[in-house]
Design a protein around this ligand. Structure first.
Ligand SMILES: Cc1cc2nc3c(=O)[nH]c(=O)nc-3n(C[C@H](O)[C@H](O)[C@H](O)COP(=O)(O)OP(=O)(O)OC[C@H]3O[C@@H](n4cnc5c(N)ncnc54)[C@H](O)[C@@H]3O)c2cc1C
Length: 312
């Protein structure tokens, strides 16, 4: 069976930073990534809050640079390889891939991140890929001179609404409250953008379609106003994220929202199993914190391996 010192599950910012620290310390390191490396950040057009890039950087480029840097120090990035099971194996861990391959790792870092939340309304599943999207960078250009809506009120929703104004003739920003959660400076730019029209205090009742694609949204009011129908060509949903804990849920302790509980250094409740980034209960879910926690988790995983060797 294939053996590795540190197996990292997930090739987003947390996993790639962990790989950089682990490989640079000369531990054999494999990052298992079910898709292409980079994580959620490659779905955003522009990142302007990662240090070292004063003019900002595209999400794709940031993901590519992190991948390259980890590889240059000797980490192996195994793309399109999902891990489907982890189990304790003597003093180590056995990982199983979607293809049925098995790998023995002396320590494991869970960096599986998070996936965008669904609205759970009628029409969402039916019109996904037919006007309903979770990725403005991927699909924005399909809506040139069209009318679209963004649903959400946090940083990601507002930034993606502004990005979509590069293509769409109008962007409705629909939020269930009467104020946004987004950072103030992002809000200021949003309100100054003439293509964005706010739809305050509205929730989504149904995504309506015609001829097999999105036709608009049936909106309810949180302030007792009548329902309205908003005609649209596209709908972009940014209402939060769910942690990807399917793999780890039975081995490690989760918090009440389903995130993996970690201590200050990235230790989970199972010795030798570490976690970092959006999948954990850390408060701030950003690239900088994911990368920082990935580095800490790798540092602790290396220490764990050293201590294991000394105790044998
Ligand atoms: C639209 C949008 C805009 C954003 N803008 C910003 C921004 O401007 N600035 C900022 O700092 N942050 C931003 N963020 C947040 C940032 O992208 C995340 O905080 C960060 O990517 C978290 O990194 P992560 O490595 O923990 O998880 P992720 O980026 O989610 O990466 C996890 C990876 O694990 C992989 N994976 C999951 N399960 C498995 C498995 N079983 N086997 C193998 N691989 C698996 C996934 O495919 C994924 O690639 C944005 C997020 C979004 C969605």
């Amino acid at each position: 069976m294939e053996q590795v010192d540190i197996a990292i599950i997930g090739g987003g910012p947390a996993g790639l930073a962990a790989a950089l620290y682990s490989a640079r310390a000369r531990a054999s390191t494999i990052v298992f990534e079910q898709g292409i490396p980079g994580g959620q950040i490659v779905t955003t057009d522009w990142v302007e809050n990662y240090p070292g890039f004063p003019a900002g950087v595209s999400g794709q480029e940031l993901g590519d640079l992190m991948t390259k840097q980890a590889e240059e120090f000797g980490a192996e990035i195994r793309s399109f390889t999902a891990i489907t099971a982890i189990e304790p194996y003597d003093l180590d861990f056995k990982l199983t891939t979607g293809e049925g391959d098995e790998i023995i790792a002396r320590a494991v870092i869970l960096a599986t991140g998070a996936v965008p939340k669904k609205l759970g309304v009628p029409g969402e599943a039916e019109f996904t890929g037919r006007g309903v999207s979770w990725c403005a960078t991927c699909d924005g250009a399909l809506f040139r001179e069209k009318v679209v809506a963004v649903i959400g009120g946090g940083d990601a929703a507002v930034e993606e609404a502004m990005f979509l104004t590069k293509f769409a003739s109008k962007v409705h920003l629909i939020h269930r409250r009467d104020e946004l959660r987004a950072t103030k400076c992002i809000q200021e730019r949003c309100f100054a953008n003439e293509k964005i029209e706010m739809q305050w205090s509205r929730t989504i009742k149904e995504i309506k379609g015609a001829d097999g694609k999105v036709a608009g949204l049936e909106l309810a009011s949180t302030k007792g106003e009548p329902d309205v129908f908003l005609p649209l060509d596209g709908i972009f949903i940014f209402v939060g994220i769910d942690p990807a804990t399917a793999l780890a849920g039975e081995l490690v302790e989760l918090d009440e929202k389903g995130y993996i509980k970690i201590d200050h250094d990235g230790r989970t409740s199972w010795p030798g199993l570490y976690a970092a980034g959006d999948v954990t209960d850390s408060e701030l879910k950003q690239v900088i914190t994911a990368a920082a926690k990935g580095a800490s988790a790798a540092f602790e995983a290396l220490r764990f391996i050293d201590e294991k060797v000394c105790s044998i």
